[in-house]
Design a protein around this ligand. Structure first.
Ligand SMILES: Cc1ncc(COP(=O)(O)O)c(C=O)c1O
Length: 426
């Protein structure tokens, strides 16, 4: 029971783990997942419906989810937004001549485009005013970004629709949008054709809980066909129960407690000279400290204070805040106490400039220069590909890979490329 022991130790150590990362239930301290346990892990037995052709209790949940944005049809998914992105691209394929990938997107978008063998190009949202588009186009856009930034989605969708194009919105990080005044609005407010939300990221639902929303009933039917292809044929009832529970949470949420605790938290951080960069999404912010690199500072917070982040980049440490609510069990006072105990002078010698970890020898990475990438190289998180399969690996790529690995950013695909070319040499 190694995994059990590892997680148990993390949660029950002398200084228990404080989550500033997904999933949104934050170790079951937000929302009401305790209502159900392993006994509720059922299958499509009589009375429990069929997720791929719902006609009973699961259809009712979908109908309730659809009420979130009237005019849309919702479908629960148990394989995450990844499953929704794959299904959306395949569903749109027959009505699309060209897919347009806008700005950075998650690797699942590229996987969907490659698998479906469609034609696609990449574009920057900054250049859209000069962009020629028309009824044969389908845009794929990420809104919000991983770090909680938002583009002018109203303008973007209007632009696409005025030209007869369609929009698929990857709203993986925005299932909590519109939950209360002060939070950004969903792309569905502006008529996105398909929007996919990961319920598990920011709402209190189990990992892999997602929902896909479609505006047109005929597109919904196509989406259902591909969900049936890509999704497990044994959907988890625990995950579905968690979507139902997260939706109830969403509908009845009052944000006063959230905003009050958020303000207290920011004040506590700033008292310790920690820089807090707020985002459009109030449930996310980046923190940094002038005396340390973000990677060093993140290590201090995790090693010394057991406060665990979502992601670290050169710009800072990303925290996903809990959706605090009356009666939650999140250890907020402990968090404030630990922030008050931060003594960075003492950490100077232990953490400054001591970031190197188990990176492959730099010469090994260097040998990839000029080679054709044989497995996409993807820093994770955020899961946005850095080098695509088939692309030539450049000096800039090597520089970024080396920098990230030195700072313990996980890079998927790098070992495979190194091994592949090693074998080729021998
Ligand atoms: C922008 C974005 N889209 C899609 C996904 C995939 O979502 P899921 O983990 O629900 O499959 C992620 C995951 O991190 C993401 O960041």
């Amino acid at each position: 029971m190694n995994l059990y022991k590892t997680i148990e130790a993390m949660l029950n150590a002398d200084k228990p783990h404080i989550s500033m990362h997904v999933p949104g239930h934050k170790n079951n301290t937000i929302g009401c997942l305790s209502m159900f346990d392993a006994r509720f892990d059922m299958t499509e037995t009589d009375g429990l419906d069929d997720l791929h052709e719902p006609d009973g209790v699961l259809k009712n949940i979908n109908m309730n989810l659809s009420l979130k944005y009237p005019g849309y049809t919702a479908q629960m998914m148990v394989n995450g937004t990844t499953n929704g992105v794959l299904s959306a691209v395949f569903a749109m394929k027959s009505m699309t001549d060209r897919f347009i990938v806008v700005d950075d997107v998650h690797k699942s978008v590229y996987h969907a485009l490659k698998l479906s063998e469609v034609y696609y190009i990449e574009a920057s949202s900054a250049d859209l005013s000069d962009f020629e588009t028309g009824p044969g186009d389908t845009f794929i856009v990420t809104y919000p970004t991983y770090t909680g930034d938002v583009m002018d989605i109203d303008k973007f969708i209007s632009f696409a629709h005025e030209h007869g194009a369609r929009v698929i919105t990857d709203e993986a990080h925005g299932a909590h949008f519109d939950i209360a005044p002060g939070f950004p609005v969903s792309s569905m407010t502006y008529g996105s054709d398909i929007t996919i939300q990961s319920y598990h990221k920011m709402l209190p639902a189990l990992t892999m809980a997602s929902v896909i929303f479609t505006k047109s009933v005929s597109v919904h039917r196509e989406v259902m066909k591909y969900i049936n292809w890509f999704e497990t044929s044994s959907p988890s009832y625990l995950v579905m129960l968690s979507i139902e529970s997260a939706h109830e949470f969403y509908k009845t949420y009052h944000a006063e407690c959230f905003f009050a605790k958020r303000t207290k938290l920011i004040e506590a951080l700033r008292r310790e000279n920690i820089i807090v960069s707020e985002k459009a999404d109030p449930a996310k912010f980046m923190i940094s400290h002038p005396g340390f690199s973000p990677y060093e500072f993140a290590k201090i917070l995790t090693d010394q204070h057991h406060i665990h982040h979502e992601m670290v980049t050169d710009d800072g440490i990303l925290w996903c805040l809990p959706l605090f609510h009356k009666g939650d069990r999140y250890p907020f006072d402990t968090l404030l106490k630990r922030i008050g105990e931060i003594e960075l002078e003492q950490d100077q010698s232990a953490y400054k400039g001591r970031n190197t970890g188990s990176t492959p020898a730099l010469t090994e990475i260097g040998k990839l220069l000029g080679r054709v990438c044989c497995r996409s190289i993807v820093p994770y998180p955020p899961g946005v590909p850095l080098v695509h399969e088939g692309e030539t690996i450049t000096r800039e790529h090597i520089k970024r890979i080396t920098h990230d690995m030195y700072n313990h950013v996980r890079i998927e695909g790098i070992r495979h490329n190194i091994e592949y070319y090693k074998n080729e040499e021998s």
